[in-house]
Design a binder for this molecule. Structure first.
Ligand code: HEC
Length: 132
């Protein structure tokens, strides 16, 4: 009897721990998490070397279209993030899902949207500031 209720308590504790973990993970994923500085450097290198192969070294366009802020201005972040993650069927744009998560793709879209690309200390809160 005691052993049973003890087991029960432990399994309840495990359940709550698990729920706690899931909730925390969910919160982290919903907040706009910028990639770590190391990861930002990796993503920038990817942008230059891999994306640059098609979109041009300075992203002015090549086999793929230019990815300059003025070119992307009218397009929704959602569309661009999905394009990066899923690629575009029937075009040369490949899916990058195996190499980055949604937050990272969203971060790249923010980077692409910046007229001048400052160094690695970009904060996503800037994206809501007015752009004059
Ligand atoms: C093999 C060539 C190739 C590579 C590599 C590539 N792209 Fe593309 N990308 C394309 C092509 C072609 C299109 C245009 C698709 C279309 O016609 O809609 C495109 C479209 C896009 C668009 C949508 C542009 C728009 O105006 O709608 C974005 C954003 C984009 N690419 C980002 C990236 C990023 C970021 C990377 C690197 C992680 C990358 N691409 C790597 C070929 C490439």
């Amino acid at each position: 009897m005691t052993a049973l209720s003890c087991n029960y308590t432990i399994s309840m504790m495990k359940k709550w721990l698990l729920i706690g973990c899931l909730v925390t993970t969910g919160l982290l994923q919903n907040s706009w998490a910028d990639p770590s500085p190391t990861r930002q450097t990796e993503l920038r290198n990817l942008l230059k070397n891999d994306c640059g192969a098609c979109h041009g070294l300075s992203l002015q366009g090549g086999m793929g279209p230019a990815l300059l802020p003025e070119k992307l201005a009218g397009k929704s972040d959602e569309l661009l993030v999905t394009t990066i993650l899923e690629g575009r069927k029937g075009t040369a744009m490949p899916p990058w899902k195996p190499f980055m998560n949604r937050d990272e793709a969203a971060w790249l879209v923010q980077v692409l949207a910046m007229p001048k690309k400052p160094n690695l200390n970009y904060k996503s809160s800037h994206s809501s500031s007015n752009n004059n």
